[in-house]
Design a protein around this ligand. Sequence first.
Ligand code: SF4
Length: 290
Amino acid sequence: MDGRFDCPNRDGTVQAAGCIFCDPRSFSPSRRLGLESIAQQIAEGTRRLSKRYRVDRFVAYFQPATTTYAPVSRLRSLYQEALDQPGIVGMAVGTRPDCVGDDVLDLLAELSERTWVSLEFGLQSIHDRSLAWLNRGHRYDAFLDAVRRSRLRRLNVGAHVILCLPGETREDMLATARELARLKIDSVKLHNLHAVKDTPLADMVAAGRAATSRVDLPSRDEYVDCVVGFLEQLPPHCVIDRLSGEAPPEYLVGPAWCLEKAAVRRAIEAELLRRDTWQGRKLGRKRDQV
Ligand code: SF4
């Protein structure tokens, strides 16, 4: 769902340039289609999904931009409009960890007493040098603070992570996974670093070099290796909501392999089998506990 939110990392409140990979239109069909009301968007989305997957219950996902970035009265109205639509059984809200005041968390906690609510934070990495490279405009401690305050209200908390960032070793990525396990994060969305047109990242990829580091987009094999290592560190209760990221072909600069989502998923499954491993294995979980 596109609530026509802006983002403090794009409108000058935190920064004006935004994250180096960000074009909100590439994140969400709702923004590209230009549908107006939440009810309209849900009607169109549920019609499409029920035809494709033969399902009749849905989670309304507020995604493009920063979907808690508005006065609480407006948030309440938008969220409630979504929850009032036929077939909607819950709501997921994607946001920045530095954009959830206590009033917003109180609203989400109130709604979560009536329905399923997930609060998803764009984390990307626990390493501040990576967050600076991505131009996130916040540090890791913002995520820790947001998780702590969300937990006080018993909210489901999710994290978005980008794997294969330049300058991160495999061990750095695994450290992010271990930290999510330590914090008992409820769900994770994994993304391969990918570049969309008209973003600073696309310029870096085109130039071949950033100011301080070469920007190589990962190969599928590299990404699959990192995902499997990452999953081994996460406890079985952590729901993996997404295994890879992509953008519409007309927006994507690369890597092209991420357009083949089903093939990426199959490659991850094949690598899990080849290594005879599973989610939580490095935490000592047996296969039958998963
Ligand atoms: S926080 Fe999200 S919406 Fe804002 S600039 Fe970064 S990726 Fe884009």
